[in-house]
Write a protein that binds this ligand. Structure first.
Ligand code: FAD
Length: 418
């Protein structure tokens, strides 16, 4: 059996950020990774994906962006290279190709079993990712035979799909990006739209992420928002990274011919049934976008920058089809493929500590899990609105490594907010 003060599970950016912060505090640790550094980016993403966050926004502890394209968007090869370079630079003690198969509490610490031996540690950081498994609604089982169904983790590029129509279910970052790509490949796309978050790529001369960073939206804390549960389940922004910095919202998609329908509510007798709420969903998304833009405008006024940036303006409301279809025959051959862009969830099946609630989430406060010495990184709004972004890991890792160090020093559980 091998020993370390801390075992970090996962060598994505969150695990690496924590490794760097523990090293700064001279806390000996190991990072156990079932694949290699940046495994999720290497194995679970589609070919054309580019980060939707600009280059300047991939800051990790001790590492800012020093290239010559701060406003560009990394593709997958660049994202992987960036994380590999970071792991090398901080000399992260990564044990690659080591899958953690169980973690259980023993003698005031944890026993971590892997497919390559067992570790004993006083503390464990779960940095195994928020997007391990695609969420597919139960009604997927009702799809008529002959329809090719896949998830974003299986999707690589349009060439793998049969010719013919495609229904993409879900209109957040993943659904809108993949929907646009498939439609441009000549396969007509029907996009099923539920709740979504509309934002423009740029506003008043700057990237929307830049404004959200500047005016403090991304730094909002978990202990300050009114409804944390809700904040943690807000869909991802309808954003894409591209050289032309184009906005990929529903207007842009319907402009190129994507057909918009409501949320997929059921499948009966081979027919997809859509909720009639499409106009409301779109009106709500427009309203929320305008609230964000109002906030940016207020910040600009307060910072006395009115004269330095283009004037305030508003975007055309989402153009909703007059009478969107409420059902669609899935058996008539017009739809050959369904892509479930209906979200992702973490997988804690290897965690044998009784801290998982009925919804499969870890019971935790700001990353301090309800089991002494157990910590969590990398889930949406863990400690801040930016927690699930690469850019969010630095602050969270600093806070949680400080808590972990205090816990080790005190030798007893300490409150999450200490
Ligand atoms: C499609 C998509 C696009 C995204 N785009 C952006 C973006 O543009 N900008 C941005 O900032 N964020 C983006 N994100 C969000 C976020 O950065 C990623 O989800 C990111 O990969 C999360 O980092 P992580 O380190 O928490 O998890 P991961 O990168 O998933 O790392 C977790 C690691 O843990 C390993 N692991 C899991 N289970 C075990 C186990 N049992 N034993 C050993 N190892 C294990 C995995 O192999 C993996 O390497 C995107 C996410 C998705 C899904």
């Amino acid at each position: 059996m091998r020993r370390a003060t801390t075992v970090i599970v996962g060598a994505g950016h969150a695990g690496l950020a924590m490794s760097r912060c523990l090293a700064d505090r001279s806390i000996d640790h190991v990072v156990l990774e079932r694949g290699e550094v940046a495994n999720s980016w290497k194995t679970e993403r589609w070919d054309s994906l580019r980060l939707l966050t600009p280059n300047w926004q991939s800051r990790l502890p001790g590492c800012g962006y020093d290239g010559d394209d701060p406003d560009g968007f990394r593709d997958m090869a660049e994202t992987i290279a960036f994380l590999e370079r970071y792991a090398e630079r901080i000399a992260a003690p990564v044990e690659a190709r080591t899958t953690v198969t169980s973690v259980r509490a023993v003698d005031g610490g944890y026993e971590v079993r892997t497919d390559r031996g067992t570790w004993r540690a006083r503390t464990v950081v779960v940095a195994s990712g928020a997007c391990n498994t695609p969420v597919v609604p139960a009604l997927a089982e009702l799809l008529p035979a002959g329809i090719h169904a896949l998830t974003p983790m299986e999707y690589r590029n349009p060439d793998q799909l049969p010719e013919g129509g495609v229904m993409v279910v879900g209109a957040s970052a993943t659904g809108t990006q993949i929907g646009e790509e498939i439609h441009r490949s000549g396969r007509p796309v029907t996009l099923s739209v539920g709740e979504h978050v509309r934002v423009p790529r740029t506003y008043r001369g700057r990237d929307i992420e830049w404004w959200m960073d500047r005016c403090g939206v991304l730094d909002e804390r978990w202990d300050e928002v009114d409804n944390l549960d809700r904040a943690r389940t807000v869909p991802s922004l309808q954003l894409a990274g591209s050289d032309d910095r184009r906005t990929v919202d529903l207007n842009a998609l319907s402009w190129i011919g994507v057909r918009l329908v409501g949320r997929l509510a059921g499948i009966r007798h081979g027919k997809a049934q859509f909720a009639g709420s499409l106009p409301n969903m779109c009106a709500l998304a427009d309203l929320k976008m305008n609230r964000l833009l109002d906030r940016i405008d207020e910040w600009i006024a307060e910072a006395d920058l009115e004269g330095d940036v283009p004037p305030r303006h508003r975007f055309e409301p989402t153009r909703v089809p007059q009478s969107p279809p409420l059902d669609l025959d899935l058996a008539d051959g017009s739809i050959r493929t369904i892509l479930w862009a209906t979200g992702f969830r973490p997988d804690y099946s290897w965690l044998d500590v009784p801290v998982i609630d009925h919804k499969g989430r870890l019971r935790q406060e700001g990353g301090v899990v309800e089991a002494p010495g157990l910590y969590l990184m990398g889930i949406p709004f863990l400690r801040r609105r930016k927690s699930s972004l690469i850019d969010g890991a630095a602050d969270d890792a600093r806070d949680l490594s400080a808590h972990l160090a205090s816990y080790l020093a005190a030798g007893r559980p300490i409150p999450a907010r200490a």
